[in-house]
Every structure is written in structure tokens, then in C-alpha cells.
Write a protein that binds this ligand. Structure first.
Ligand code: FAS
Ligand code: PHB
Length: 390
């Protein structure tokens, strides 16, 4: 098979890139090692920055999001007896969209299928070959047969555990990482959300977050040990611990019900540099990971794909290579600012096992300053809604 852009991974990054290239008349093939159902079964992000919303509209995949998504102008931060709303709209003039990653991935899958796109699911043992030539190749196994895709360029959209980052020469690749000593235990339930907006909680027992997917489907998280055993967390135990951590009024009014999904996510900050080597471009989780506290992971994938789709379009439409040359630097400039914000939010809202009384005092001072200073809230808000794609 011959294509212009070979894309590894059919998560949000790979599918969004494929759809945007298609609209510019650029051909791509997407190779995904899992089934479509498996990809859709992963419950992940819930909050979209305006930049991602704009990208989905540009991709022609926003009709259901615009119909079912929830526009949120702010959210609450709670610590001790304090509850403070951060007014995103007032400070930035913009909002965020609550619409699950599962839903937007489904919308992208449907759009690719409607366009007759070459998205190969259950493509096993994908390998990158001849990367240092003008015609790099992807080979993969499917139904017991080896297949080949000859490309001009390869987009590594295969997430943190994918193969594309490992195809970068060790002499070139630099990795930066911080692993946090805790995880997030999350559940999804067909229950009315406890509030109309998100509630982030710093509690002495640990972090908690009240989120949602709709006004009838809630998403809750509590901080847990990084090596927590999911089997030991019955629904009842989860609800009891969540309610201990919530402010009284919320704890009293929360609607509880059976979990329809329950999982533990590890928390890490990670950046791989550079994000381009020759004809290989890394995008999304393949190149960076943030702790989900700041709701940045999926939204960083959006800005990567914005820069990469523009670079590839510039090349095929006008023979430009300057946007390809500046791709990595442009992405990393925005990535590091999101890494900083996500690290800061995680550091301020979570209980660290080794935390001493000074650390706790600093955390409370950070929260006290944020919740009593308008300029501090304005700075926080511009990071939360997403810094510009520039
Ligand atoms: P993805 O990991 O989504 O997709 C990569 C795709 O590549 C996968 O489908 C994978 O199967 C495929 N792949 C991997 N190796 C391959 C190979 N060798 N060959 C072919 N295909 C291969 N972000 C938030 O903003 N908020 C959250 O609450 C949040 N929660 C998260 C919870 C978890 C458990 C995880 C892992 C991430 C979470 N994230 C969250 C971040 C998440 O949303 C990512 O940012 C987002 O999925 C990034 O999308 P992709 O870059 O497409 O990577
Ligand atoms: C979610 O709804 O899954 C969610 C929302 C906000 C976050 C993290 C996760 O910061």
C-alpha cells in the first residue's frame, strides 16, 4: 500500500490528524493495534479546551459535541472549610467544554469511516522501517499476513507505550520525567452530578474531583496509593471515601449508584524531545504525559495535531518545509507550560506521603492566595482554559 502519511495509533491524536489531512486532500493510513471497541472502552479525559473544540469543528466532527457537550464557565476549588469558584469566563472571556474523550473519539471514528478512510484496527506488531530514507515503511501483521505501507511521512500517535518514540535514535532523544507517589481511582456512574460544575478538593486524606459526562452521568476521582489494588475498592468503599473528602453539603446531597467503570490511573509528568526526527513526527501522549489534574493531556494532543496538520498541509500544498522544521519547537513551547501548570496543580491539590508540616503550610498558602487574589485567579484561569496555539 502507498500513502502520503502513515499514522500509528487511532486514539484522538491519530484520528484527528487523519481527518484534518483528509479535508486538505492529503491521504493517510492509520494503523491501530487494538479493536475500535477496545479504544472506545478506555475512559479518560472529560474537559476540552476551546482549542480542541475549535479543532473538532474544523474537522467537521463537532455536531454531537455542540448538541450534547456541557459548556462550563467555571469550577470550584475546596480546601478545609473553603469553597471558592474560579470564574473562567470572567477572567478569560472563554469557557471549557465537558464532553468525554470516548465520545469525541467515536465522532472521529465515524467521520473517518464515512469518508472511507484506511483505518486498520487490530494491526499487530507494527514496525517502522527505512526511517532514514525518503520512503519510510510501516509493516504490520493482520489475519496472519504481513502488510506494508510505504509513506512520505510517519506520525507517531501511539501514546506513551507506543513504538514511535523508541524509533527515535537514542543519541537524539532526551526524556524528562517525574512520577508521582499516588494514582487516581476513578468511577463512572449513571447518577446526577453532585453539582453543575466540577469540584476539585484538597483534603488531608487526599485529593478528590467531582466531574461529569452529562447531567445524568457522573465521573468521580479520589487520590489513592500508586500501587492500590482495584479489587479492594467496592463501590460502597469508594462512595464512603469520596463523601469524607467532599465539603459537607456536597457529601450530603451526592447521588450514589453502581459504577459502570472503575479504574486506577498512574500520575506522571513526562516530556520527550525533540518531537521530530527526519520523516517521523511524534504527537500526543507518544511525546508527553501530564497528570490529569489540569485536564491538559488530551488538549495538548490537540495543539500538537494543529501544528502537525498545518506543517504537512504546508508541504503538500506549497512545498513548504519551514513549518515541519519548527514543529517540535512550537509544540514543546506550549507543552512545557502545560507541564508546569499540571505539575503545580497536582502539587497543590494532592497529599504527598512524605509531606511534612512545612509542605502542608505551603500548600494551604498557595490555595489561600489563589482563592483570595483576583490576579492569581486570572493567571490560573488562562492556564486552565488553555494557552494559545502559537
Ligand atoms: P492514546 O494513548 O489515547 O492513543 C494511542 C493509540 O495508539 C491507542 O489507541 C493505542 O492502542 C495505539 N497504539 C499504541 N501502541 C501501538 C502500536 N505499537 N501499534 C499500533 N497502535 C498502537 N487526559 C485528560 O485531559 N484528562 C483525564 O482525566 C485523563 N485521564 C487519563 C487516564 C488514563 C488511564 C490515561 C492513560 C490517560 C488519561 N488522560 C487524560 C490523557 C489522555 O486523555 C491522553 O492525553 C489522550 O488519550 C492522548 O491521546 P493520544 O495521543 O491519541 O494517545
Ligand atoms: C474528567 O472528567 O475525567 C476530568 C475532568 C477534569 C480533570 C481531570 C479529569 O482535571
Amino acid at each position: 500500500m502507498r500513502t502520503q502519511v502513515g499514522i500509528i495509533g487511532a486514539g484522538p491524536s491519530g484520528l484527528l490528524l487523519s481527518q484534518l489531512l483528509h479535508l486538505q486532500g492529503i491521504d493517510s493510513v492509520v494503523l491501530e493495534r487494538r479493536s475500535a471497541d477496545y479504544v472506545l472502552g478506555r475512559i479518560r479525559a472529560g474537559v476540552l479546551e476551546q482549542g480542541m473544540v475549535d479543532m473538532l469543528r474544523a474537522a467537521g466532527c463537532s455536531e454531537r459535541m455542540d448538541r450534547e457537550g456541557l459548556v462550563h464557565d467555571g469550577f470550584e476549588i475546596c480546601f478545609g472549610e473553603n469553597r471558592q469558584r474560579i470564574d473562567l469566563k470572567k477572567h478569560t472571556g472563554t469557557s471549557v467544554m465537558v464532553y468525554g474523550q470516548t465520545e469525541l473519539t467515536k465522532d472521529l471514528m465515524d467521520a473517518r469511516e464515512a469518508a472511507g478512510a484506511a483505518v486498520v484496527y487490530e494491526a499487530e506488531d507494527v514496525q517502522i522501517l527505512d526511517l532514514d530514507t525518503d520512503t519510510p515503511r510501516l509493516i504490520y501483521q493482520k489475519d496472519g499476513t504481513e502488510h506494508e505501507v510505504v509513506c512520505d511521512y510517519i506520525a507517531g500517535c501511539d501514546g506513551f507505550h507506543g513504538i514511535s518514540r523508541r524509533a527515535m535514535p537514542e543519541s537524539v532523544l532526551k526524556e524528562h520525567e517525574r512520577v508521582y507517589p499516588f494514582g487516581w481511582l476513578g468511577i463512572l456512574s449513571e447518577t446526577k452530578p453532585v453539582a453543575d460544575e466540577l469540584i476539585y478538593v484538597n483534603h488531608w486524606r487526599g485529593f478528590a474531583l467531582c466531574s461529569m459526562r452529562s447531567m445524568t452521568r457522573s465521573r468521580y476521582y479520589i487520590q489513592c496509593a500508586f500501587d492500590e489494588n482495584l479489587e479492594e475498592w467496592t463501590d460502597d468503599r469508594f462512595w464512603d471515601e469520596l463523601r469524607v473528602r467532599l465539603p459537607g453539603e456536597a457529601a450530603e446531597s451526592i447521588e450514589m449508584g453502581p459504577s459502570i467503570e472503575k479504574s486506577i490511573a498512574p500520575l506522571r509528568s513526562f516530556v520527550a524531545e525533540p518531537m521530530r526526527h527526519g520523516r517521523l513526527f511524534l504527537a500526543g501522549d507518544a511525546a508527553h504525559i501530564v497528570p490529569p489534574t489540569g485536564a491538559k493531556g488530551l488538549n495538548l494532543a490537540a495543539s500538537d495535531i494543529y501544528f502537525l496538520s498545518n506543517a504537512l498541509t504546508g508541504f503538500y500544498a506549497d512545498g513548504r518545509t519551514d513549518l515541519m522544521d519548527s514543529y517540535s519547537e512550537k509544540c514543546l513551547n506550549r507543552i512545557w507550560k502545560a507541564e508546569r501548570f499540571s505539575w503545580w496543580m497536582t502539587t497543590v491539590l494532592h497529599r504527598f506521603p512524605e509531606q511534612n508540616s512545612f509542605d502542608r503550610g505551603i500548600q494551604l498558602a498557595e490555595l489561600e492566595y489563589l482563592t483570595t487574589s483576583e490576579p492569581a485567579q486570572a493567571s490560573f484561569a488562562e492556564n486552565y482554559v488553555g494557552l494559545p496555539f502559537e
